[in-house]
Structures are given as C-alpha cells and as structure tokens.
Design a protein around this ligand. Structure first.
Ligand SMILES: Cc1cc2nc3c(=O)[nH]c(=O)nc-3n(C[C@H](O)[C@H](O)[C@H](O)COP(=O)(O)OP(=O)(O)OC[C@H]3O[C@@H](n4cnc5c(N)ncnc54)[C@H](O)[C@@H]3O)c2cc1C
Length: 467
C-alpha cells in the first residue's frame, strides 16, 4: 500500500524518540515489514491503517509510560493480543502506536485457596487452561480459537466459545483487573472476592470494551475444580430448522449441557472433507451435545438430550464411544471456520437471538443465502442462541464485497427483528459500528459515548473502534 512509504512526521518522530529515550529496554518495531504484519487481525476484508510503531512491553510500568507519552503527544494507541479478532478491534490505525501483549504472558499466581489465577494478558488461552489443569483446576472460557487467542484479547472482546451455555462468557470468569487508563494512570478494579458491589461494576465495564476505555495489564480470573470427563452425543437432522427445534426443546426442558453446538450441511461437508470424521453428509444439520455432570447423571442428561433430538425429528443419534472420539468431534467443530476457509474467501458473522428463536434465525439465514445467491456455512454455539453464518465466495468472485455488505445488512436486520444482537461474542470493532447504532438506538449510543468521553477525553484509545 502506498501509505506505508510516508516517513514519520516531525511530531511522530519526536514521540518515537521520547519512547526510546525513556524506555531503552522496550522492544519497539519500526521496520515497515514488521509493522505491516500488525495492520490486520483475522477480519481480512477490512482496509485498516498501518501502525506508526509496534511496542512489545513486558511490564505494566512500560505500558503506563507509553500511555503517558501517547497522551502528551496525542498519538492514538491500539492494544493487541494475538490478532485473531473477527471485528477489526486490534487492526492498525494509521499513525497510531500498537501495543502488542505477546511478551507480557506470565502467570503470576495460581491461588488455590481462593480458586483464582492472576495473569498477565498476553498468555494464550490454551496455555492458561493447561497450567491450571496441571493443578486439577479449570478455567472455563473456551473460544474455538483457544490455541491462538490471548486472555487480553478474550477480555477485550468478552469472548465466548464452546462452553458458555453452562459457564458463561469471559466476563463471568473475571473478578478483578489492573487497567492502564488513557493518561497512563494505573488502577485496580475488583479483587479476589467472589462478591463485590462496592460502587460501579468497572471490571465488567472494561471487559468487552475492545481497548477503547483502558488497557488491561493484569487479570484475576475465576477457576473451578476440574469437572469430570465429558459424555458426548451427536445428532443428525433432515433440516436445519429441526436441529434448531431440538435446541429450543433442550433449553425448555432445563437441560444444562456444557456444549450445544450446531453445524449445517455445507459446514459438515467442509469439516469432513478435511478431517474424515465419518459425519453424515446427507444430513441438513448436526448438533454436538456434551455434558460434564458427574457419574450416572451424565448418562441421564445425554439420554434426555437424545429424546429431545428424536422428538424434533433427528434422523440419527449417536453417543461417542470414548473420550478420543469425543475429542475428535469437538475438534472438528472447532475447525469449522478453517474448513470453510479452504473453500474460498470466508467471512464469518456472529449474530445472537433468544434461544427459543434459533429455528427462526436458521430459516432467516437460509432465506438470505437464497436471496443473495451466496453460499452460507452456518455453525456455532446454538445453545447460546449464537450462530456464525459464514459467507463463502470463490477466490476470484468480483461480487464478494458487494454481496457481503448486502447480506450482512439483511442478517443484522433479521437478528434485531428476532430480539437479538448483531454480535454475540466477536465485538463491534470496526466492522459492526453501523449495525450497533441500528441495534441500540441513539439514546444508548449517547450513553456509551459519554462513558467513552469520561475515560478517554482525548480519544486516543483505539479510535474508530466500537463507537
Ligand atoms: C478460527 C477462529 C475461531 C474463533 N472462535 C471464537 C469463539 O468461539 N468465540 C469467540 O468469542 N471468539 C472467537 N474467535 C474470535 C477471536 O479469537 C476472539 O475474539 C479472541 O478473544 C481474540 O483474542 P486475541 O488475543 O486474538 O485478541 P485481538 O484480536 O488481538 O484483540 C481483540 C480485541 O481486544 C483488544 N485487546 C487486546 N488486548 C487487550 C488488552 N490487554 N487490554 C484491552 N484490550 C485488549 C483489542 O484492542 C481488540 O479490540 C475466533 C477467531 C478465529 C480466527
């Protein structure tokens, strides 16, 4: 891109020189090729700016000093985790400083007595999970990208994943934060207490704010005793709406599976072509149901799930024979987006509706695919009412951009009409700002803006994102 060739302005050069003078030990990437790799996140179709520089701090004090200097020089700052986001939240802003947390990845303490872990934000979700599992403990939030994404990014987006239906989103597992504010001041919110209603719920406010209100440098996360091994069931359906009906029936029956995931026919074929799991490719949809309740209760819950699936018209209901088979099935579902990406340009969406309306959402998605003549692979966290319709285009399809825009607009309208949301877990970022306005309306938007103005009066924190 041509804009990469411009040298820093004198003001930008002065900012960079002051960083180097005050933080001589800080890793600062200035080379154009290095900066280029921080332009995009996984929202590959956006056209964001090139960072002026990329800082890789290791300590809170460095982040604080960077923010102090950024405020003094009026330079915007973009916090970044692993860059797997699907809304452009960590994408570059032209002339801004990207602060990437890759090197701030230490677990500071596993506090068994209080069932919490204290961690820096750069640690990868799977690494944190593995470290606490070694102590017989469980960190619940489980995005499908858990082997790549960071805890800081999960906090930034309030990430969801495959076990929210039972354990909630990231926000439900956060007790406290250390946050660097726009002017460099460091505050601590919450703590190790499970209950805390002292004042406004700032911890919860920062989670999901996509780095627009403050930058998280430490988090106190809630742990649980490791649950028993899971029991797993898959069910195949003659129509996607009958699978949606089964989800609705399981919810109404009060079942509490740890996982309740859906894949439609197109996605089943894409996953099976890649991983050869022997899935029923004739089926219009499949559900993956897992429970982690102990002992005989697990079989009882799986039996109730099977009854709900059969009642909704499932053509086949299969119980996983062992843990390895269950792991393959879960891994197959985790790879759904990557499997669709193998077929062309894949653009994942993230709508949510009240759970009882899942069948209507599925019908609306199918109608949108027909109307716009676009292939849509639909999969996702059906138990939460959260689906990821993914538009798939041939790599050289000149209509991709135009059709995506039109189909997305219809999708958002459909979700809102069903009492739902334009994003359930990926965030507004750059890509859903207009849709946010459509969903929440001017009063709520104004309230959000006044919070942003109070915490970031100069607008240097991740500008152009969310609002
Ligand atoms: C194949 C695939 C599957 C996915 N599956 C899921 C899924 O199941 N559930 C789900 O929720 N998401 C999913 N995602 C999206 C993505 O992985 C999540 O949004 C994840 O939380 C992003 O983490 P990250 O470390 O990559 O963050 P980034 O993309 O780097 O950043 C995400 C946001 O957080 C902000 N941020 C980063 N670090 C900080 C910090 N220290 N302080 C404040 N703000 C910060 C950034 O500014 C940005 O706005 C998936 C993505 C892919 C590619």
């Amino acid at each position: 891109m041509t804009d990469t060739l411009a040298p820093p302005t004198p003001a930008q050069a002065a900012f960079l020189a002051e960083i180097e003078a005050r933080l001589p030990g800080l890793r600062l990437l200035l080379d154009e090729a290095d900066r280029e790799s921080y332009r995009l996140d996984e929202t590959a179709y956006l056209h964001p700016g090139l960072p002026l520089a990329v800082a890789l701090p290791t300590e809170t004090e460095e982040v604080s000093e960077l923010l102090r200097l950024a405020t003094a020089h009026r330079v915007p700052v973009v916090p970044r985790g692993a860059g797997t986001g699907l809304s452009g939240g960590a994408a570059g802003v032209e002339g801004a400083l990207t602060v990437a947390f890759t090197r701030m990845d230490r677990i500071l303490e596993i506090d068994r007595a209080n069932l919490v872990v204290v961690t820096q934000p750069g640690i990868v979700n799977a690494a944190l999970k593995a470290a606490v599992a070694a102590e017989g403990l469980f960190y619940a939030p489980d995005p499908a990208s858990y082997e790549q994404c960071s805890i800081g990014g999960n906090l930034g987006t309030n990430a969801g994943g495959l076990c929210c239906v039972k354990y909630g989103q990231t926000r439900d597992s956060v007790l406290g934060l250390e946050v660097v504010l726009a002017d460099g001041e460091v505050i601590r919110t919450g703590g190790r207490t499970v209950k805390d209603v002292a004042g406004y719920a700032l911890t919860q406010l920062f989670v999901g704010s996509q780095g627009t209100l403050g930058i998280v440098t430490e988090a106190i996360l809630r742990l649980r005793p490791a649950p028993p091994p899971r029991a797993t069931l898959i069910a195949f359906f003659p129509s996607a709406t009958s699978a949606g009906q089964a989800v609705r029936d399981m919810t109404a029956a009060g079942l509490e599976p740890v996982t309740l995931e859906l894949m439609d026919r197109f996605t089943i074929a894409a996953v099976d072509d890649w991983h050869h799991l022997g899935l029923d490719r004739e089926a219009a949809a499949m559900l993956l149901v897992e429970t982690d309740v102990p002992g005989a209760a697990a079989a009882a819950e799986i039996d109730r799930a099977a009854i709900a699936c059969q009642g909704a018209g499932a053509s086949d209901v299969i119980r996983a024979t062992d843990a390895q088979e269950a792991d393959w099935l879960r891994q197959g579902r985790r790879m759904a987006f990557r499997a669709l990406e193998r077929l062309g340009v894949a653009r994942m969406e993230d709508v949510g509706v009240p759970r009882a309306r899942i069948p209507e959402l599925i019908a609306a998605i199918e109608a949108i695919g027909d109307r716009h003549g676009v292939r849509i692979g639909t999969f996702g966290h059906a138990g939460d009412g959260n689906l990821h319709p993914t538009f798939v285009f041939d790599r050289d399809d000149p209509r991709a951009e135009e059709v995506t825009e039109a189909a997305r607009a219809d999708l958002y309208r459909a979700a809102i009409a069903l009492g739902g949301t334009v994003t359930a877990e990926h965030g507004v970022g750059i890509s859903r700002r207009e849709a946010l306005a459509e969903q929440v309306g001017p009063d709520v938007l104004r309230t959000m803006r006044s919070i942003k103005d109070a915490l970031d009066p100069l607008g240097i924190l991740n500008p152009g994102k969310v609002l």
